[in-house]
Write a protein that binds this ligand. Structure first.
Ligand SMILES: *Cc1c(COP(=O)(O)O)cnc(C)c1O
Length: 376
């Protein structure tokens, strides 16, 4: 492929502002969890309208959100099988059992009937995954959770900036977790955050992320630490560093531009595929949704690997979001009942390049390469 343009599936998109913010932190000779993290948390809280706690990545956010909600060994958590393995590993790390649920065909988000079918007396929580940035039937999921006394830990790794029924994801609901890894809607290099109106949960999270050391967050924000302290529960070294927060703060300022670029490109794909007979798009309302990935389902696709190889040969890198977790050796037992939609759609899913460094012309070239390969 030498000499030919490669359309990357995803990539980080940072500018001089992030670079100089990192330089400032490096010059300050304090890299730990300090003033930058405090400011990032304040700015996130202002944006989301409720407290936010920053951690080292989105996976740890999910893990300690579960712990802080008292979910652990002996408990079951309902989660769609069609998600990044991070969701399943975070549940497993909390000590609870992930129970694989099916998705709805149109949104690829957790199906409420499947949640009901997998409910047991041990079910303590549901983890809806906001696949590609859309949230599916989120209000029905909350209704179901309320009726069955379940906590809701939203895996909103794809959905920073998305709103639902006029409200920003993370601004309402039980507990919401975001990822700021390099390719997410905004990035802090690696990183993540948890937001909730449950002050008890937030307080525990602030301690758990600092090895369980009680009330150390404020000290850290003033470049101090506790020497005489107590620990009352298991904790992890999951705090965010000032280097990461400095990147995240600049990205947060750019969130609208970054979001609008993603929306523009996704809308462009939608139009280009609108007359295709075999390509099914996920129909999002991009006034509300910020797309993290652009995934399509290709009717009757027989050999996805072969198609992906041919696309790559023409310079188009693709992905498959995701191999269902119940097919992974560690999580074979997570399947209890039918996962019919998941099993039938996933071999037909293919994710096309989407990131803010692309433009509309790139999208039309990528779309025509795909259509050509499908012989349309
Ligand atoms: C990225 C991602 C995570 C985990 O976030 P990290 O920051 O990479 O740990 C969790 N769930 C989903 C669906 C993701 O895409």
């Amino acid at each position: 492929m030498t000499g030919k343009k490669l359309y990357r599936l995803s990539r980080s998109f940072i500018g001089d502002e992030e670079k100089s913010a990192v330089q400032d932190v490096l010059n300050s000779d304090y890299f730990g969890m300090g003033e930058q993290v405090q400011r990032f948390e304040t700015e996130l809280a202002a944006y989301l309208g409720r407290p936010a706690a920053c951690v080292v990545n989105g996976t740890s956010a999910l893990q300690i959100a579960l712990q802080a909600a008292d979910i652990g060994p002996g408990d079951e958590v309902l989660v769609q099988s069609l998600t990044y393995v991070a969701s399943f590993q975070a549940i497993a790390a909390s000590g609870a059992l992930p129970v694989a649920c099916d998705v709805s065909r149109d949104s690829l988000t957790i199906n409420v009937d499947s949640m009901a079918a997998n409910l047991t007396p041990r079910t303590k929580a549901v983890m809806p995954v906001h696949y590609s940035g859309g949230v599916g039937a989120l209000s029905e999921i909350y209704d179901f959770a309320r009726e069955n006394n379940l906590r809701v830990i939203e895996d909103a790794a794809h959905a920073f900036g998305t709103s639902y029924q006029g409200q920003l994801i993370g601004s309402f609901g039980d507990i919401t977790c975001f990822s700021f890894d390099g390719i997410k809607n905004i990035t802090s290099g690696e990183g993540g955050c948890i937001t909730s109106s449950d002050e008890k949960v937030m307080e525990r999270i602030r301690n758990i992320r600092l090895l369980g050391v009680l009330n150390d967050t404020d000290n850290r924000f003033h470049n101090k630490r506790s020497w005489d302290f107590d620990v009352i529960e298991l904790g992890w070294r999951y705090h965010m560093s000032d280097i990461m927060a400095a990147i995240g703060r600049e990205q947060l300022k750019k969130r609208s531009n970054l979001a609008n670029k993603r929306r523009q490109l996704a809308r462009c794909y939608d139009v280009l595929f609108s007359t295709s007979e075999s390509i099914n798009i996920i129909a999002h309302d991009y006034d509300a949704v910020v797309p993290h990935v652009y995934t399509v389902r290709i009717n009757g696709l027989q050999d996805r690997d072969e198609l992906r190889r041919r696309l790559l040969a023409k310079g188009v890198q693709t992905g498959t979001h995701y191999k269902p977790n119940h097919l992974l050796s560690l999580f074979l037992d997570s399947k209890r009942g039918s996962l019919e939609v998941t099993e039938s759609v996933w071999p037909e899913l293919i994710t096309l390049p989407l990131h803010p460094a692309l433009d509309e012309e790139d999208i039309s070239i990528i779309a025509s390469i795909l259509l050509e390969e499908l012989d349309q």
